[in-house]
Design a binder for this molecule. Structure first.
Ligand SMILES: [Zn+2]
Ligand SMILES: [Zn+2]
Length: 241
């Protein structure tokens, strides 16, 4: 856990039987208008809240949770978190917000095998991942939040409603599971995934100037080499046809 820059905080995921996503908190603390990016795996809320407070952040200042996408490792502890922050809004891309509101959990679990395994492992009942979404994102929004400006990009492929958040002045990119460090990318075989669109999304991200890459898992990159995402896209292109 650490402060990445003024207005960007990193709370590292702690993997369990299945991975736990990283959480980021964005916004200048004095703004009182902070956003939490992703929630993480089931059972991780108390520890994450403790670490967020340890960074000097007041939970009362977190106005919303924005999901990069709604896979289980990112949304698993959302209900625990919202119990502790009942004032917080939930913002999700429309393509994953609608199923979430209807209690359609296919995106959450990704495939039936994972549903069965995770439900047994964590004692989850059908329909627990049903949430009302306060704001449905579409991509193309410029969010003025936390005294900063974050652009929303719709980058489908890993999932239908994956988004990235991009801060232009510091060249910070939060791409969820679409691209990681070490030329890795997220899997593209789960419900709602689409290899061709994943390739297009990587190309789209490749057009951005990115200095700091803050993905959903594994290590973060504080000094991204020029052309890193484009090179990643090119390496994966043969598999993403
Ligand atoms: Zn994912
Ligand atoms: Zn993930």
């Amino acid at each position: 856990m650490s402060q990445i820059s003024e207005g960007v905080f990193f709370i590292e995921g702690k993997d369990d039987m299945i991975p736990d996503s990283h959480v980021y908190v964005i916004g200048k603390p004095e703004s009182g208008d902070l956003s939490m990016i992703d929630a993480g795996l089931m059972g991780k809320a108390n520890d994450k809240m403790k670490r967020i407070r340890g960074l000097g952040i007041r939970l009362e200042d977190i106005a919303r949770v924005i999901m990069t996408h709604t896979h289980l490792d990112h949304i698993g502890c959302l209900s625990e978190i919202r119990e502790k922050m009942p004032w917080s809004e939930l913002w999700v891309h429309a393509l994953e917000a609608d199923p979430l509101e209807q209690g359609d959990e296919r995106t959450v679990y990704g495939m039936d095998m994972f549903r069965n395994m995770c439900q047994a492992q964590y004692g989850l009942k059908n329909g627990v991942f049903k949430f009302q979404v306060d704001r449905k994102l579409h991509g193309g929004e410029a969010l003025s939040i936390g005294d900063m400006r974050w652009e929303v990009l719709h980058i489908p492929g890993h999932s239908a409603g994956s988004i990235a958040l991009y801060e232009k002045t510091q060249e910070i990119l939060i791409p969820g599971d679409v691209v990681y460090a070490d030329y890795a990318i997220g899997r593209f075989d789960l419900h709602g995934a689409d290899p061709g669109r994943h390739r297009d999304s990587l190309m789209q991200l490749g057009d951005l100037s990115v200095k700091v890459l803050l993905p959903g898992h594994n290590r973060i990159m504080r000094k991204v080499p020029a052309g890193y995402i484009l090179k990643t896209a090119e390496q994966w292109a043969p598999y993403l046809a």
